[in-house]
Write a protein that binds this ligand. Structure first.
Ligand SMILES: [Zn+2]
Length: 104
């Protein structure tokens, strides 16, 4: 039971401390989130960045040819479905390989 009281006190202290250094933590988290969002661009974390980030809507799309993640505004769409490519080179390469598949 003693441990419970200590734990409760400790969490309270942590909460107090947390509210004190919140701006600092927020900044750190933004730094961490920037690198983490490369792997998993979840909608939940995006909503959190809406308030602070200067450019909130930065959707990442994956190049179908080489698999590189690129910003949606920089990606090239083929027009068919949601096929996107990082560069014209990749788009042409993909089209090329498709034709080869058909040819034999
Ligand atoms: Zn590519």
């Amino acid at each position: 039971l003693k441990f419970l009281i200590i734990a409760a006190l400790f969490s309270l202290l942590l909460l107090l401390l947390y509210s004190r250094v919140y701006p600092y933590l927020n900044f750190l988290r933004k730094l961490l989130g920037a690198s983490r969002s490369m792997g998993q661009a979840s909608a939940g974390s995006d909503a959190r960045f809406h308030t602070a980030a200067p450019k909130p809507e930065r959707k990442l799309v994956r190049c179908l040819s080489c698999g590189t993640w690129v910003p949606a505004e920089r990606a090239l769409a083929k027009g068919v479905g949601n096929a996107v490519y990082c560069s014209r080179e990749c788009r042409e390469k993909s089209a090329d390989s498709n034709e080869r598949k058909i040819a034999g």
